[in-house]
Design a protein around this ligand. Structure first.
Ligand SMILES: [Zn+2]
Length: 142
C-alpha cells in the first residue's frame, strides 16, 4: 500500500466492502462501515453511535445494533467479548490476539505468530480446538 492508485473516498471504499459481501449499501450501513471496516480497528456499538451522532445527527441505537449484527453475520466484523460490560467489534477477521488497556478498554492487535502456548490442557472427550484467542490485560506500572 505505498502508492494509492486512485483517490477513492472512504465512503466509496465502505460501499464496495459491503457490495462485495452482498450487503445492500444503505446510507446508514455505509456510515457504520466507514468507521469500522475501512481500516483495522476495534469499536464498541456506543463508540460508533457517538461518532455518527457527532458527525451527522440522528441515528438510532437500534440501527447501529442491527447493522453490527448484519456485519457479523456476513463475516465483515467479529464480536470480541473481552469485557462483559460491552462488546467490541473487530474489523480484522484473521485469527489474532489482543492487548487490552484496562483503564481505557482500548484493544491492540497481537499478531498470532508473536504468542505461543507451551501447554494445552486435555480437551473434553469428543471436542477439538476451534480457535484460541488470548486477551492480555494491561495496566500502567505503579
Ligand atoms: Zn483485533
Amino acid at each position: 500500500m505505498s502508492t494509492p492508485t486512485a483517490p477513492t473516498s472512504v465512503a466509496a471504499r465502505a460501499r464496495s466492502i459491503l457490495e462485495q459481501r452482498g450487503v445492500r449499501p444503505t446510507s446508514q450501513r455505509v456510515r457504520v462501515a466507514e468507521l469500522l471496516l475501512t481500516s483495522p480497528c476495534h469499536l464498541t456499538a456506543e463508540q460508533i453511535l457517538a461518532s455518527l451522532r457527532q458527525s451527522s445527527g440522528r441515528v438510532s441505537k437500534a440501527t447501529v445494533y442491527n447493522t453490527l449484527k448484519l456485519f457479523v453475520e456476513q463475516g465483515l466484523a467479529r464480536p470480541i467479548h473481552a469485557d462483559p460490560e460491552r462488546c467490541v467489534y473487530d474489523s480484522t477477521m484473521t485469527p489474532h490476539h489482543h492487548f487490552q488497556d484496562l483503564a481505557t478498554g482500548e484493544m491492540i492487535d497481537i499478531p498470532p505468530d508473536q504468542l505461543s502456548f507451551a501447554k494445552m490442557p486435555p480437551l473434553p472427550p469428543g471436542m477439538e480446538v476451534a480457535d484460541v484467542e488470548v486477551v492480555v490485560r494491561l495496566r500502567r506500572k505503579a
